[in-house]
Design a protein around this ligand. Structure first.
Ligand code: SRM
Ligand code: SF4
Length: 512
């Protein structure tokens, strides 16, 4: 079991919690918890340690837990979707499913007494929720069209799966990496368009050739938090596209685990260690942990604008297509899971993929099947060609389920996009990201227009409002947007956004 290095700094409360009992220890107690019920559980186990199993206590819905899965590269099979739906249907309207900004699924409605069965059912279909919350490595993201995209440089699917298997002991839980100083995000891009937002991950691999061999440049330290936002910086390192990626990821995680600050929780992400040491020393220590000198970075190859993958696109396999469907703010019902599985089986080869824009992609659709697929009733709700504001709308969970939230996000995001679309003609999609609080789960800094929940004063009353970010650029030459307006009341937002869309994004008022 890995331990934090002895330190003179005062440990934060989560470090004390982990010292009292390792997070992963709840794995062996889940049957006991299920039998005693949530009210009788130790609050530390219930509200924090269960997150090591991906089970989240929701203060907003006491007794109804959320389960966050791990879906490497966002790739699912129809039998997995069916298994999730079969389990969730017992909860009726209490069940709902969200596609997350890390191309993952979160399931809601779960009762504690059902968790042992739930975890067994996940494992039976090759899924896991282990280590998906708290001080663990989050879902590892990759291009959602890996293996399909004719322009891709490297198919990252098996590498990402192998990395997840290594860091989680094939989904059973790996105590080497369950006591990091903080959460840790990893992304591996194999395409040309930076589809995974490499720049906002603690560790990202982006494709690059070294002496004719394809491998990855390495980026470190990207993160968002309520007090600081930092894009990843180059480690000036290159590794071949093989097991070296796993070795280097392990080395960086070990360096972070053993040296990262465990004091002020707001200063515990990887970038703070890099700041403290400087990138040269950090690189040196990582190289020692890696056990070999690191090659210098090679020229970057990502030179495409980011795609959203919606609509019909030919695959590199002749005669087959992938079809991206827009799922408004990523929200699904149990019935939707069944329907997506059915479409994948009927028209494709049983595969469904998720994107960091909270959408789905059906893959391997033969040319001849396209017209019938496009006429399926589900596609009237999950459109392959959504209107330009809905198309680019992403939203975090918000106050419906998240107790950090300062505002309701998802329903408001849909309503505002639809009302502005009805009034305006837009020359191109505009990416609007909503996030309910400064934790930035909805990534407002990568959006054309980012909306961050805030409490604002209007007419002497505190009301729900937002701070507005502008100028986020994704894909080639990605950079983060910056706060441009503060304290806009949500009820004034349609007017403010209308003006922004006209002035900056070429929107024109529709003549009725
Ligand atoms: Fe997040 C905490 C939801 C992506 C930064 N995030 C939370 C919690 C767990 C808080 C809580 O316990 O209620 C939220 C759960 C609410 C719920 O019931 O759904 C939550 N985060 C989400 C999701 C579901 C947003 C979404 O609607 O898609 C995303 C799940 C991703 C996944 O599948 O693992 C999600 N969170 C992100 C991202 C975006 C990303 O990874 O690209 C970020 C910013 C990037 C980053 O982390 O550097 C993000 N979440 C945070 C933070 C701030 C971290 C920090 O260093 O301060 C918190 C708060 C914390 O960890 O203390 C947080
Ligand atoms: Fe919750 Fe805030 Fe994250 Fe939204 S940004 S899911 S409100 S923690």
């Amino acid at each position: 079991m890995a331990q934090a290095t002895a330190t003179t700094e005062k440990l934060n409360k989560f470090e004390k919690l982990k010292l009292e009992k390792d997070g992963l220890a709840v794995r062996d107690q889940i049957q006991h918890f299920a039998s005693i019920g949530w009210e009788a559980m130790d609050p530390g186990d219930r509200e924090h340690r269960l997150k090591w199993l991906g089970i989240f206590w929701r203060p907003v819905t006491p007794g109804r837990f959320m389960a966050r899965l791990r879906i490497p590269s966002g790739i699912l099979q129809s039998q997995q979707l069916n298994a999730l739906a079969n389990f969730l249907q017992r909860y009726g309207d209490q069940a709902s499913i969200d596609i997350t900004t890390r191309q993952n699924l979160q399931l809601r409605g779960l009762l504690l007494e059902d968790t042992p069965e739930f975890l067994e059912r996940l494992h039976a279909v090759g899924l896991t929720s282990v280590q998906s919350g708290m001080d663990n490595v989050r879902n590892i993201t990759g291009s959602p069209v890996a293996g399909l995209d004719a322009a891709e440089l490297f198919d990252t699917r098996s590498l990402i799966q192998a990395l997840q298997d290594d860091l989680t002991a094939a989904g059973q839980g790996n105590s080497e990496f369950t006591n990091l100083p903080r959460k840790f995000n990893i992304a591996i891009e194999g395409g040309r368009d930076n589809s995974i937002h490499a720049e906002i991950n603690d560790l990202a691999f982006t494709p690059a050739y070294q002496d004719g061999t394809l491998g990855f440049n390495v980026w470190v330290g990207g993160f968002f938090s309520s007090t600081r936002v930092a894009p990843a910086i180059p480690l000036n390192a290159w590794v071949p596209a093989d097991h070296s990626v796993i070795r280097l990821s392990r080395a960086i995680l070990e360096v972070f685990r053993d040296n990262g600050s465990r004091g002020n929780r707001q200063k515990t992400r990887l970038m703070w260690l890099i700041d403290e040491w400087g990138i040269e020393r950090f690189r040196q220590v990582v190289s020692e942990a890696y056990g070999a000198p690191l090659a210098a970075a090679a020229p970057e190859l990502m030179d495409w604008e980011k795609r959203d993958f919606l609509g019909v696109h030919p695959q590199k396999q002749a005669g087959l297509n992938f079809v991206g469907l827009h799922v408004p703010v990523g929200r699904l019902t149990t019935e939707d899971l069944y329907e997506l599985a059915r479409l994948a089986d009927t028209y494709g080869q049983g595969e469904v993929r998720l994107t960091v824009e909270q959408n789905v992609i059906l893959t391997h659709i033969p040319d001849a099947q396209l017209p019938t697929l496009l006429a399926e009733p589900l596609l009237t709700r999950f459109s392959p060609q959504p209107a330009p504001l809905s198309r680019g709308t992403v939203s975090c969970t918000g106050s419906q389920y998240c107790n950090f939230a300062l505002i309701e996000t998802k329903q408001r995001a849909i309503a505002i996009a639809q009302s502005l679309e009805a009034e305006l003609d837009l020359p191109r999609p505009v990416r609007i990201h909503w996030t309910g609080c400064p934790n930035s789960c909805g990534q407002p800094q990568v959006a054309d227009i980012g909306l961050m929940g805030a409490k604002v004063r209007k007419d002497g009353q505190m009301v729900e409002g937002v701070d507005i970010f502008l100028g986020g650029k994704v894909g080639y030459d990605a950079h983060l947007g910056e706060k441009a307006m503060t304290g806009v009341a949500c009820e004034d937002l349609p007017d403010v956004l209308r003006q922004l869309l006209i002035e900056r994004f070429g929107a024109q008022a529709r003549s009725h």
